[in-house]
Design a protein around this ligand. Structure first.
Ligand code: SF4
Length: 473
């Protein structure tokens, strides 16, 4: 099965020709289907389709086939059901984050697309899979003149009263930092941790079961941060909730005074402390962004039902320029922007050359003018931690030179912080970068020093953000 799946990608040009012939055949058979009745033809068509496509593509009969827009690799083989991949966890050899023994289906698809003459990476996001259409025939949908449903489009982004958004629109270089919620139900534990963030950063990202581990919820901590007069960025991951729960949480977040939302697909359940949990992944990060944008800009749920008071949220997503396929990453960012991302925060950056190459492509496409790009940074405590991170945490790329520098340092923890300060200062100078996002798990006490020593906020003109007239990015 796997061998045939790989063969299909290797022969994507042939498969694309076969697909075009199939389209023509289905068009020609339309009168016959009409005479028989589409409903009557559905069952045998689904049986044939499932067997043929099952053999060549390991097809899951999602009902909305994406083979032709993904280099003839079926995205339903993605363990996280990502319909707009690849996620940020692709391994250096193109292996899957969740199942390292297999190649990422989106990397395979990208290779397939290079072999398909005239194939272009779709600029608009694919809609989420529909549970109602699972098991039905895409061929019959083609015969009826339908294919994938049109991607959701939205009205231009409106401004919110997010302070983070105001600062970014004003052109300030911003600093955000990641807050890991406690394993506690006591708000005092949140307050105690908050001291390391308050007054040192512009906004505080609250993780949502990061690494698939259970902690106090992002929504709960964010609400406590709002009460404390801080600016949270609430992370919301698709791993644990379906579209009904997610849309409810979005309304709840806005009602609690939260103004920034970071939309994530989320880590697979197998990497965390609840490996037996059932992964949901009803949406992926891109369809989550679309859902939030539609709720905000069109005042409706994904079902079309009207929302009485739409949520006013500044929408963001994650990005990872440091894992393959590198050429595809800016194209995927463009897609994320089309889905609704107004800002993105990247995975850790330890490789400035890779970042420079990525930003050059981003600038060529003008993406930095449509989306605020914040680069992830963080202090590493030792060479051992660096090795652990790059082997055990998918999506983290740390060059050997950084590991060697930590190895040779007398005080590796201080050296890790020095490296981080140097990186922040260098990133500050890259055109198109809007800020940095500090991730310092178990080193919250380092955040104030990193911001102070890098001097990135020292140059901020007082009051400028307040004076800035809001405009659409
Ligand atoms: S690397 Fe990510 S997107 Fe690719 S197949 Fe694995 S989980 Fe899916």
């Amino acid at each position: 099965m796997l061998a045939l799946r790989r063969w299909s990608v290797r022969h994507a040009a042939f498969q694309a020709r076969a697909y075009r012939m199939l389209l023509a055949l289905l068009g020609a058979l339309r009168p016959a289907f009409k005479a028989i009745g589409y409903a009557r033809a559905e069952k045998p068509a689904a049986w044939v389709e499932s067997n043929v496509k099952g053999l060549f593509f390991d097809c899951h009969m999602c009902g909305y086939c994406l083979l032709s827009v993904n280099g003839m690799a079926c995205p339903m083989n993605c363990p996280k059901s990502v319909r707009n991949g690849p996620c940020g966890g692709v391994r250096p050899d193109g292996g899957c984050e969740a199942k390292p023994q297999m190649q990422c289906v989106w990397v395979e698809g990208w290779r397939g697309m290079q072999r398909m003459p005239g194939a272009a990476f779709p600029r608009l996001p694919n809609p989420p899979a529909s549970a109602r259409h699972a098991g039905t025939s895409s061929w019959m949908r083609l015969a009826r003149g339908e294919h994938t449903p049109p991607p959701i489009s939205g009205a231009p982004a409106t401004t919110t009263d997010s302070r983070l958004e105001r600062l970014l629109r004003a052109g300030e270089f911003v600093v955000t930092a990641e807050f890991s919620p406690p394993d506690s139900a006591d708000p005092a534990d949140v307050s105690a941790q908050l001291g390391h963030f308050r007054d040192h950063v512009d906004a505080i990202n609250v993780t949502d079961g990061s690494g698939a581990n259970c902690h106090m919820s992002s929504l709960g901590v964010s609400a406590l941060l709002v009460q404390a007069g801080c600016e949270p960025v609430t992370q919301i991951s698709c791993r644990d909730r379906n579209r009904i729960a997610i849309q409810g949480d979005i309304l709840g977040a806005a009602a609690l005074g939260i103004r920034n939302l970071l939309c994530l697909t989320g880590d697979g359940t197998t990497v965390g402390d609840h490996a037996d949990a059932k992964p949901v992944f009803d949406l992926d990060s891109m369809s989550l962004l679309q859902a939030a944008r539609v709720m905000r800009d069109e005042g409706r749920f994904l079902s079309g039902r009207k929302i009485i008071q739409p949520p006013r949220l500044f929408l963001g997503g994650a990005d990872n320029p440091f894992v393959p396929p590198f050429d595809m990453r800016p194209l995927r960012l463009a897609r994320k922007i089309a889905a609704g991302a107004q800002f993105v925060q990247t995975q850790y950056c330890f490789d400035l050359d890779r970042l420079e190459a990525y930003m050059a492509q981003v600038r060529d496409e003008g993406l930095h003018e449509r989306c605020h790009i914040l680069i992830g940074v963080g202090p590493i405590a030792s060479a051992k931690t660096a090795r652990w991170l790059r082997t055990r945490v998918p999506g983290v790329h740390i060059p050997d030179a950084i590991v060697a520098r930590l190895e040779g340092a007398e005080n590796p923890r201080a050296e890790g912080r020095r490296i981080c300060v140097e990186l922040i200062q260098a990133i500050r100078g890259i055109r198109g970068v809007a800020g940095v996002h500090i991730m310092a798990p178990k080193q919250d006490d380092a955040i104030a020093g990193l911001v102070r020593d890098s001097g990135v906020l020292a140059a901020r003109r007082p009051g400028r953000a307040r004076e800035a007239a809001p405009s659409t990015p």
